[in-house]
Design a protein around this ligand. Structure first.
Ligand code: GLN
Length: 375
């Protein structure tokens, strides 16, 4: 009997495979196609000739743990203990999986917002716990009243994604205050704050759980160098958690992967000292605006994008077919791949919305937009 009878192949695998088959421009799965910073590849090339090819310590390469603590201090003015509060993982997804397996018990309930990124439910189900999906408001901000009502003694964890994938919404100060009020009332609930797009926000500032004293001692924070340094294939992310929670998370991590890619960890350690974090935001804001501009004459209506490298668009004026079929036709007839938003909803709600990834060089965006303007 299947342990996950309702889980299907991830939409990211399906769309990227189909994009490759039809040689379409792949704006579906979120990954950059422009070159990685030469400073980083130079470090990587030099290090690869040194004695760096064996296991690192289980929780991460010590220098990287130290550098992550410096990065968090530089970005959020939070002091962490690198030895007890940080874990380097094989990407954010492994950090999320490991955290849920370690902290959620059989019979617990876990609040997952709806729509949500697709990797949260499976580890909840494998923990024999129940996902409780709470719909976002129409503007994609969380419905705190409904979340507060759902917080019974069974709730073990609330998962938030900030900035939000797929909608690009970021949490406001008011949102965070509502979250704080809920957590204060329920001292046993843990917050899982997935902030992998933390450095990709535009007009408004990202408010990280790191900066909130009331939250951070109850929070497992997830981050990703893949997103921040344009290296999704390196699969290096990290988890920050208070020591008591981290002890449990490490118990699972050591038997899931033991430790993660040594060379990547070492290269990132050096790169953290020289990376320009403000460049990430500028680069993606320019790409968001460029892509939007290019699509002005198309029949797509673009929703607002406050953060992430995803642009959600409505095709309601173009077609009434369901979003999965529309995305497939977009590949086969127009040569552009996107992600149907229905796949992020627990019940598959089809709102005629699709997601484009704009983490692409300008020529790719231009060619994709040319094709999209013909739809
Ligand atoms: N995070 C990426 C996205 O939202 C996908 C990663 C994956 O393929 N699992 O597109």
């Amino acid at each position: 009997m299947s342990k996950l009878p309702d889980v299907k192949t991830s939409i990211f695998s399906i769309m990227s495979k189909m994009a490759a088959e039809y040689q379409a421009i792949n704006l579906s799965q979120g990954f950059p196609n422009f070159p990685v910073d030469e400073k980083l590849t130079t470090i990587m090339a030099r290090l690869s000739r040194e004695n760096v090819h064996q296991y690192t310590p289980m929780a991460g390469y010590p220098l990287l743990l130290h550098q992550i603590s410096k990065l968090v201090e530089r970005s959020y003015d939070r002091i962490l203990n690198p030895e007890t509060e940080i874990l380097v993982t094989a990407g954010a997804t492994q950090g999320i999986f490991t955290t849920i397996m370690a902290l959620v018990n059989s019979g617990d309930e876990v609040i997952i917002l709806d729509p949500s990124y697709d990797c949260y439910e499976a580890p909840v189900l494998l923990s024999q716990a129940t996902p409780v999906r709470i719909p976002l408001h129409d503007d994609y901000s969380p419905n705190w009243e409904r979340i507060a009502t759902a917080c019974t003694s069974k709730i073990r964890m609330i998962i938030i994604t900030n900035p939000h994938n797929p909608t690009g919404k970021i949490l406001s100060n008011k949102d965070i205050e509502s979250l704080e009020t809920i957590l204060e009332k329920h001292p046993n609930i843990i917050l899982l704050s997935d902030e992998v797009y933390e450095y990709i926000t535009f007009e408004d500032k990202h408010i990280s759980a790191h900066t909130r004293k009331k939250i951070r001692n109850r929070c497992v924070m997830i981050s990703s160098f893949g997103k921040s340094f344009h290296i999704t294939g390196w699969k290096i992310g990290y988890v920050v958690a208070p020591e008591a929670l981290m002890i449990e998370i490490k118990k699972v991590h050591q038997f899931l992967v033991f430790s993660v890619n040594s060379l990547s960890q070492m290269a990132i350690s050096e790169y953290i000292d020289i990376v320009d974090l403000s460049e990430i935001k500028k680069r993606y804001q320019a790409k968001r605006d460029y892509f939007k501009e290019l699509l002005i004459s198309s029949r797509f209506d673009l929703l607002s994008c406050e953060g992430t490298y995803f642009q959600v668009a409505s095709y309601a004026k173009i077609s009434q077919e369901n979003d999965v079929d529309f995305c497939k036709r977009l590949i086969t007839e127009f040569g552009v791949a996107a992600i149907p938003i229905s796949t992020f909803y627990a019940d598959g709600s089809d709102l005629k919305l699709i997601r484009f990834c704009f983490a692409k060089d300008n020529n790719t965006l231009k060619e994709a937009a040319l094709r999209l303007c013909k739809v």
